[in-house]
Structures are given as C-alpha cells and as structure tokens.
Ligand binder design. Structure first.
Ligand code: ADP
Ligand code: F6P
Length: 461
C-alpha cells in the first residue's frame, strides 16, 4: 500500500513539540496525524560524527526519522545558505543576502544526504512530499538515485519573481530540481506567478493550456494550496484556556485596558520594529490612548546563531524601551515584550483575551498566527485582526483591516479604527473570516495537495 513520506528540515518531535515555533512543523504534524506515514528531517542536534542511518521513533502512527548535522554543517547549511542566503532573498530582502560558495556547496551536500536517507527508506509505491526552501535540491537528488516515485514539493515561504530569484548563482540548479517534481505547490497566486515567470522568461519553457509547466525538459503540475489551521483545535484550546491561570493573570493584569497582541518568531520578516513604531505613533498622535491600551509582543527566539537575528533582538529591546520610556506612566507601561516560547494552549488563551491581533509582517508566505488569532476569538465578542497586505493570509482574511506595514501612520490609524469598531461590525468581519478558515482548513490543505499529487497525470520525463 502507498505510504506518505514527508521530508522537511524541521520536525516536530514528540518530545519537544512546544519548544519549536514555526508554521511548517505545526502544519505538517497536523497533516501527518491524519494520513500517518514517515517524517524525515533534522533532529535539531549537532554531533561530531553523524550516524549513517536515521534515528527512528514511532509515536501515534507516525514514524519519525531524524538525522544530525555536524557543527560545521549546521553553520554552513542552516545558518548560512538557508537562513542568510535563501531566507532573505525569498522574503524580498536582497540587501540582507550573504553568499558564499562554501555555504552553497554545504547546501548541495546536505540535500544529497537527505536523498540518501530517503532512498534507503522508500518503497516503490510511496509518495514523497518535500517541504520548503531548505530542501529545494532534494527532488533532483532523488531522481539521480533512480527514484521514480511521485514527488511533490511545497514552498511555505514567498517566491519572488525571476528578477530577484536570479540573484542566486545557483538559481538554475534549484529551479531545475523543482522541475523534477510531479507537483510544485505555493501559498499564493503571486508565488505561483513568479514560478511560471521563471519558466517562461528565464528557463525558456512554456505554460500549457492545461496549466502544466514545461521547463528543463520536464513537464510538471503546479498550483496554489494556501495552508490553513486546525480550526476546531484552536477553538477548543482557546475555550479551555480562557479560564486557565495564565490567561486570567493576563486579563487581570491589563485591568480593563484594551489588549493588543503580537506573536511571532523573532524574525526581521515579521515587521516587529515597525509595529512598535506604530504603537509609538498611536500614543503620540492620540494621547487619550495613554493608560488605556497594553501591547503584548511575544517573540520566540529563532536562528540565534545568525548575527542578523541577534542584532534584531537587541534592536527590538532598544525600540520597545524607548517607546516605554517616552510614554509610560508610574502605574502603566504601554509595551510588554516577552522573548520566549509559550505552549499552544496558553497562546490560544492570550489570543482570546486580546481585543486586537496585530499581524504586520513585511513579507510572509502565509502567517498562521493571523489565522490562529481569528479562530481563538469568542463568537459573541470577537477581537479585530489588523493584517499586513504582504502576508499570504491577507488573500483569505478579507474581514481584517488590511494595512501596509511600512506606513506607520496607516498602521496606527488601523489600530485606532479596530479599537473603536462597534460590536456588530466586529462580529460580521469575524464571521467572514471564520467561514474562510473553515472552508480551507489544514485538512483541506494537505488533502488537496496530496489528491493532486496522486491523481495528476504523470509528469513526463
Ligand atoms: P513562521 O512559520 O514564519 O514562524 P507562522 O505565523 O506561519 O510563521 O507560524 C508560526 C507558528 O509558530 C504558529 O503556529 C504560532 O502559534 C507558533 N508560534 C509563534 N510564536 C510563538 C511563541 N512565542 N510561542 C509558541 N508558539 C509560537
Ligand atoms: O514556516 C516557514 C519556516 O521557515 C519553516 O521552514 C521553518 O521550519 C519555520 O519557518 C521555523 O524556522 P526554523 O526551522 O529555522 O526554526
């Protein structure tokens, strides 16, 4: 019988689930809970000599297979090529890109190592679903090893058009590798358009009337599969968590003020600095908000060995300190900044207490926090979502107040608008967003990707 093999760099291992924030792990885990199968990825550990075989753990019908990196591989592959080269470029920040041939070589080698592991575990009928930018060379490496299985690839983060993507010296290898898939999926139409543009204008390929793409001598399917959330899980978590100590402590501590919440991995793509500026702008332009609002920013430490991330952390601390220094009163500070990970249930409780969810990334593939915030609201008294137009989620969350996160004044005005919004309008907007969340939840995402992968006419070699 066919089995699903999921391959991603990050794996949500049963032992440390709450310790890792990130949309991919949350999404893939919920999908695999339904389909079962095997999940191969990095253990999160570095060792002197990685074992030749992956470590296998079985839990709740899922087999987890993990490999270790050496410290040098972690530095060149993960900190280097993945998070200092691909991540900034694919988030439209070429100015932050760092490139070295040594890191690129490490990326190729680690992708080849993943391919060796898949080849040792795979059976002829298995479907292979590769996730995200860390493993873009994997499809080509799998074909090099003679695998004829159906291979799907899903990009969780944005894809810029060829003008930006071609800055990467290895752009042809990476796109040539994606062409080895049967199906390549994206979060939004604009990411898919960028992929097709690459095929048409850079690879000299074609988009056929049936939507399949021809490039690098292959024909493959592509599509938009916006990742959703497990709506019912969030609803019930938020309902239960509302009466937990943590949520009550938060509610008591804001003492009748209006709570604004931001929850992110600490990443420059999330627009946290700009968001703090917007809070400062609001308090300067409308002093009547002093002592009437509290902004809680929760930021989970992320990629702390990359200098740019450490620098951002210091900048955020400095910026929040300055806004607090300027506007705080003896019995109130406007910004509470928490640099840590919280269990999902506690987060859900915090979302529910917050009157306004402030989700303002400068660029984001989807942004699950926006969706989680909406699903966690109390139907009779829901909060308002202020959402960046540059988050993939903005295509679906039409009931949000959509903003340009670079425009501090616009974001401050949106917060003001949201905080003053009458109950009836909040309910209407929330119902529209909930309907969209239910139409396209996490199960729909994985089912529709896997249905397309399994039923699509076989791509031609
Ligand atoms: P990304 O994948 O870039 O991190 P998403 O918003 O799509 O961004 O997904 C982030 C996921 O990580 C969400 O499920 C969110 O609940 C979780 N998360 C973010 N910050 C924290 C935190 N401080 N503590 C616990 N979970 C977090
Ligand atoms: O969801 C996008 C993503 O980049 C995933 O690929 C990744 O697992 C997650 O964010 C968190 O980042 P990291 O795995 O580097 O901690």
């Amino acid at each position: 019988m066919s089995r699903l093999i999921v391959v991603s760099n990050r794996v949500a291992l049963p032992r440390d689930r709450s310790a890792r924030a990130g949309g991919l792990a949350v999404g893939v885990l919920s999908a695999l809970r339904r389909t079962k199968g095997l999940w191969l990825g990095w253990s999160g550990e570095t060792v002197e000599t990685p074992a030749p075989q992956p470590r296998l753990v079985r839990s709740a019908g899922i087999t987890y297979a993990t490999i270790d990196f050496t410290a040098l591989e972690f530095d060149a592959f993960y900190n280097g090529y993945c998070n200092s080269t691909l991540w900034p470029l694919l988030h439209f920040r070429p100015g932050l890109l760092e490139h070295s041939r040594a890191n690129q070589d490490a990326y190729m080698r680690i992708n080849a190592r993943f391919a060796d592991q898949v080849a040792s575990l795979v059976k002829p009928d298995d479907f292979i679903w590769v996730h995200d930018y860390q493993l873009m060379m994997l499809p080509a490496e799998l074909r090099l090893r003679g695998l004829r299985n159906r291979i799907g690839f899903f990009l969780h983060i944005p894809l810029p058009g060829p003008e930006l993507f071609c800055i990467l010296p290895a752009h042809r290898q990476l796109m040539g590798s994606l062409a080895q898939c049967d199906l390549v999926g994206f979060q939004t139409e604009s990411d898919l358009r960028a992929f097709r543009d690459y095929a048409l204008y850079e690879a000299g390929g074609q988009v056929r009337p049936d939507g399949t793409i021809e490039m690098f001598g292959r024909r493959l399917h592509s599509g938009v599969f916006p990742i959703g959330i497990d709506v019912e899980e969030l609803e019930s978590l938020a309902g239960e968590a509302e009466t937990d100590d943590e949520a009550r402590r938060l509610a008591d501590s804001i003492a009748g003020r209006q709570l604004i919440i931001g929850v992110d991995r600490l990443d420059y793509s999330k627009g946290i600095l700009e968001r703090i500026n917007a809070i400062g702008e609001l308090l300067s332009s409308r002093p009547d908000y002093r002592n009437r609002i509290t902004f809680v920013q929760i930021a989970a430490p992320s990629r702390i060995d990359v200098a740019r991330y450490r620098h951002l952390r210091r900048e955020i601390e400095g910026r929040a300190g300055r806004v607090n220094g300027k506007h705080a009163e003896i019995d109130w500070v406007p910004i509470r900044y928490l640099n840590r990970v919280f269990p999902r249930r506690q987060l859900a409780g915090f979302y529910r207490v917050a009157r306004l969810g402030l989700v303002t990334p400068l660029r984001d593939g989807m942004n699950l926090v926006a969706k989680e915030y909406v699903a966690a609201q109390r139907p009779e008294d829901p909060g308002v979502l202020v959402l960046s137009r540059f988050a993939g989620a903005a295509r679906e969350m039409k009931g949000a107040i959509i903003v340009n996160p670079f425009d501090t004044v616009e974001v401050a005005e949106a917060i003001d608008h949201g905080l003053r919004m009458p109950l009836k309008e909040r309910q209407e907007r929330w119902q529209r967003m909930m309907a969209a969340l239910r139409r396209n939840d996490l199960a729909t995402w994985s089912d529709s990707f896997l249905d397309t992968l399994t039923t699509a006419e076989r791509a031609a070699a």
